[in-house]
Design a protein around this ligand. Sequence first.
Ligand code: TUI
Length: 309
Amino acid sequence: MNTRITELLGIEYPVIQGGMAWVAEYHLAAAVSQAGGLGIIGAASAPPEVVREQVRKVKELTDKPFGVNVMLMNPNAPEVAQIVVEEGVPVVTTGAGNPAKFMELWKNAGVKVMPVVASVAMAKMMARAGADAVVAEGTESGGHIGSITTMALVPQVADAVDVPVVAAGGIADGRGMAAAFMLGAEAVQMGTRFVVAKESIVHDNYKERLIKSKDIDSEVTGRSTGHPIRVVRNKMSREYLRMEQEGATLEELEMLTLGSLRKAVVDGDVVQGSLMAGQIAGMITEELTCEEIIQGIVSDAERLMAGRK
Ligand code: TUI
């Protein structure tokens, strides 16, 4: 399973953990990196100094490569971008926007940059701007999503750029990983699978809700606002969709969701909290360690790709 991505990042297995808001903190990132994948701290909307602390804690737990995801809708993104350089973070992924204005800073510092993209146009733009790889994220993913499926997006991105492509969205096992490789990807990024990892600090109520969820329990809120968010359906998502249909203002909708991800992740409020998760949640049936998840997916994918059942 050596690919241009394992070479680029200096990791053992082509498995990357998504930079999920609230979820992707240092315990999870360190466990994924220790297990041979690439663990990622999700900076999301955290204060910049909290991100610095998180980075330092990962370094205490592992000597292996890790990354930080810079969420570009965060007004503090410029400070986070700078901290990444100051702390010598080896890899950056970006989400929910165009990281062009930070490319020079990161490239000059030797940071490997992998923007998350949801379209061919964005992938091309990022490759031209000097990205080392792109993460092509399909609409099956949890959280903030684009509109193209992983099945359609990954091969079109792979055809359009020369840099290696990481597939994300709807992948949680060896079959998904093998399929992604057939589509032209050289690594996979998984988020939802790692939400339910043993080392994930996510509240047990949230993990249990994902384990119980079925394929059709996935819902997208916020399509009308231009910021679609995929979640597992609950009272909160129903209320949001009702308000959206009734023409609520952006402000009213934001009031409803303010702090809702924290409510779900930290407080375990699966009724009023925002249960961000991908469409693959229905396939997750147990809580495993990051090492078990990575070993399982890689050995299953290798076996399938060798043509054995
Ligand atoms: O970023 C994500 N997923 C996220 S971020 C997040 S935190 C959040 N919480 C509430 C509201 C908004 C965000 C939760 N989940 N995935 C990566 C991703 N990036 N998916 C799609 C995109 C994307 C979209 C548009 C990347 C670039 C882009 O370009 C627009 C432009 O600026 O040209």
